[in-house]
Design a binder for this molecule. Sequence first.
Ligand code: HPA
Length: 270
Amino acid sequence: MLEKQLEYLRSVTDFTPQIALVLGSGLGSLAEEINAVASVDFSDIPDFPKATAPTHRGRFVFGYVGSAKVAVMQGRIHLYEGYSPQQAVMPVRLLRKTGAEILFLTNASGGINRRLSIGDLMLIEDHISSFVPSPLIGENDNSVGPRFPDMSEVYGKRLKKIIIETALENGIPLKKGTYIQLAGPAFETRAEIKMCSILGADAVGMSTAIEAQTGRQCGFEVCGISCVTNLACGLLDKPITAQEVTETADKTAPLFKKLVIKSIERMANG
Ligand code: HPA
């Protein structure tokens, strides 16, 4: 299936990206800052899932950020859309097949740790994916990656250092923490957030960890930044809405974009 999908992509463009960038909620407009050479809608790729989440456009844009060659996923596939974990990570596997070596993940999350405030950017240092099924379950293609991949350093030291240095140099405040992926689509209960907190999670979301896990397995160097769009359930005495997630993501987008773009430029040159 992956070969057929790659063949279709290649019929549109032979562009070989260095960096694959996944744009989360509210960050889709970053794709407009790319000097694009080609774009491919998910819906045109054979046997490929379609993006149905709000603000997730569902296409790959290939092109340049400065001198960096990037493939941008404008919109991602979530488990809550009804897709299997294997379908949800198809874009990650396909991007690896195009030759990309770095997987840069972004998302929106709810802050669990009280050190986090609404609008904060958080470097993802590690993740907990144990509450969602693994996309690596099933027959394994050993030519893609090992059956039992190591996950001791999912988010690479080198890339983390670049992001931290870029944030410092540009005066962009950056927190750090552990991201936990839950399936959604319901926001969590107070008890669930208490559980996540006890387990050591700093921020919660409905994506990313399975993409990072797949990315490592197929040989990507992986990094991730999360935008804390709201405080998780129970931290404030009010309900969580998708609207506040989108509103904060939109408000934070300029700073988020700056950090991502400047980090990418450094990654490509280092
Ligand atoms: N929970 C889960 N996913 C999210 C949240 C949240 O509070 N905010 C943004 N994505």
